[in-house]
Ligand binder design. Sequence first.
Ligand SMILES: *[C@@H]1O[C@H](CO)[C@@H](O)[C@H](O)[C@H]1NC(C)=O
Ligand SMILES: *[C@@H]1O[C@H](CO)[C@@H](O)[C@H](O)[C@H]1NC(C)=O
Ligand SMILES: *[C@@H]1O[C@H](CO)[C@@H](O)[C@H](O)[C@H]1NC(C)=O
Ligand SMILES: *[C@@H]1O[C@H](CO)[C@@H](O)[C@H](O)[C@H]1NC(C)=O
Ligand SMILES: *[C@@H]1O[C@H](CO)[C@@H](O)[C@H](O)[C@H]1NC(C)=O
Ligand SMILES: *[C@@H]1O[C@H](CO)[C@@H](O)[C@H](O)[C@H]1NC(C)=O
Ligand SMILES: [Ca+2]
Ligand SMILES: [Ca+2]
Ligand SMILES: [Ca+2]
Length: 584
Amino acid sequence: MYITNYSVIWKFTSVFLIILCISSGESNPISHFSVTRGVNGGSNCAGCTVVVSLIEQLGEIHNETVVKALDRLCSYLPPKIKGPCQVFAQFIGPILVELVTQDANPDTVCQTLRFCNTNGGPECRIYKTDEFQKNNMEQKPNNLNLFMKHSYFLSADPKICEIPGIKDICKLLDDAFRYHDPSIDIDGDKYSTAETFRGTSWRGRDCNDDNKYTHPGSRPINYDATDDSNCNGIYGSDPATTKPYEEEFCANSQARGIAVLGDSISAHFHLPEEWFDATKLSEAVFKDALFVIENEIDWPELSTVTGHVNNSWPEVVHGNMDSIYQRLFERNHCNHGDYQNIAVNGARSNTMSTNIMYSLSRNQTLDIPMLVTYALIGNDVCNGHPDTFAHMTTVEDMKANSLKTLQYLDTILPNNSYVMVMGLADGRVLYDNLHDRIHPLGRLRNDITYTMLYDYLNCLQISPCTGWMNSNGTVRNLTTEHAETLSTALKQVVQQYGKTFKNFKIQYIDCPLTEVFDTWTKSGGQAWQLIEPVDGFHSNQIGQALTAQVMWDHMVKLYPDFIGPVNPFNKQIEEIFGNQMRSV
Ligand SMILES: *[C@@H]1O[C@H](CO)[C@@H](O)[C@H](O)[C@H]1NC(C)=O
Ligand SMILES: *[C@@H]1O[C@H](CO)[C@@H](O)[C@H](O)[C@H]1NC(C)=O
Ligand SMILES: *[C@@H]1O[C@H](CO)[C@@H](O)[C@H](O)[C@H]1NC(C)=O
Ligand SMILES: *[C@@H]1O[C@H](CO)[C@@H](O)[C@H](O)[C@H]1NC(C)=O
Ligand SMILES: *[C@@H]1O[C@H](CO)[C@@H](O)[C@H](O)[C@H]1NC(C)=O
Ligand SMILES: *[C@@H]1O[C@H](CO)[C@@H](O)[C@H](O)[C@H]1NC(C)=O
Ligand SMILES: [Ca+2]
Ligand SMILES: [Ca+2]
Ligand SMILES: [Ca+2]
């Protein structure tokens, strides 16, 4: 199904998506998110400032003009994006060459271009050095004539997505972010053979895309004596006993699938820092940019709950994969391929219950049970509004939304399933550990700290989380206070209604991130090493993997029935079916 309410879905999304021009055009459905659009040029201003910063820094590093530097940046990009980038370069080059001198401040350049303005209050600047720039502006009155000839800049609020070249890149992004069901799915069972666009990166591979009864998690038809109907790679019969292997190895194994209903943390939002650090820009770091975009800048294949491949992107992802799925598979090889990542950037309790949950694929009579994690750990207190507290989810709504989702799950999950409801995070860990560190964009000149970034995003009213990404300690504390209230509400829903669900057992767990940070620092690490450097908001690959370990240990100790027994036939399955990929 289509998720039509883009406006809310986007709230937990890093603002750096916007920098990639997603939210700019009026015609763009994603942009109907007033908070993301912001004031003073909002995301157009931030996008312009980042691009100009990178070009200018590249020019400095390679001792070349900004026009050459922009050509260089375009040349690093993969084919499908390179063309539009070159069109953009041809358009903007003559303007930039007039505007950007060696010491030009990107804030000033983007003010002159009118992507940044003061329509909604005081001027927003990410760089602090403004004295020189004011003079610089005054020396360049001619520029105005040059770029004002272009209609793009005549509107009071020019949009980056309307600029030639950039327009095509925006369209590419729009297409990728529009749907939350697989786009290539011939039989309509919500499983795909393609990797991206909500395909196998997100859900197990459909081993027969002409048959909707054949997909990961189905009850094997006739014990898969001839064909692999549940896509776990196990099929055929044992010649010695003439019994089907599914019957011998899996029938009594308490096999189960795994799914997560979550936000950008569960989807594993990750923008490579190498894309935002001029000293690291190269062709190699953009090699898989299209793949990244087609997966909504998420990395579900390496995530805490549904990670299922080794990290083979060492240029842009740092750390190993570990996941609940991986461990469930190791515990019982019959679980192969039975994972669904139903997480969406920006998801909160309301969008989950009105939209996103319907994307989970499970049938009570045809499929086997699942372990489902409900993990909406921040967006209900995160928004970009200056009056942030007024826009947080209330306790009543939190209860109603989560109950609605759980009651829906009770209608699709096969009997003997399990649901784990997670509380909200304490986002104070972000500011506490990042505030005086240097952001990738400021590395060349040591001139942008996370505090400066957070203040800038709040000034533009495009922060993914004003409450926690805030230099005011009282605001951060109050945000945590509300998050705790909402966690308590979730706990109460589980206590009050837990017994009423017919088809699953349910447990509440606190958000494991606090324990993850403790575990890491106790073993000698530093907390900032677990946080995404570009957005200063999400947990990175190391954090994702460590979260899987912490959650798993928790379940082994307290809720072993949630993960099921070890399958004594794992060894035989390996011997006969190898990596279980042969039917795929
Ligand atoms: C930069 O390039 C200019 C001419 O293109 C040259 O004169 C100058 O010496 C170069 N500077 C450095 C540091 O290489
Ligand atoms: C990941 O790497 C390990 C060790 O190199 C290997 O045993 C395993 O099969 C790999 N897993 C996948 C899914 O490729
Ligand atoms: C599950 O599959 C059965 C048999 O095809 C079908 O009748 C039923 O409607 C399905 N249930 C749901 C919730 O789609
Ligand atoms: C679900 O399974 C349990 C135990 O296997 C059984 O007691 C219960 O009656 C079943 N519930 C339904 C609705 O079939
Ligand atoms: C911090 O936020 C609180 C609560 O909104 C406010 O009362 C206080 O004035 C703020 N402090 C500063 C220094 O802005
Ligand atoms: C925020 O809460 C922490 C921990 O409770 C406390 O130590 C700190 O003083 C509080 N800060 C403010 C500004 O209220
Ligand atoms: Ca399919
Ligand atoms: Ca199928
Ligand atoms: Ca099978």
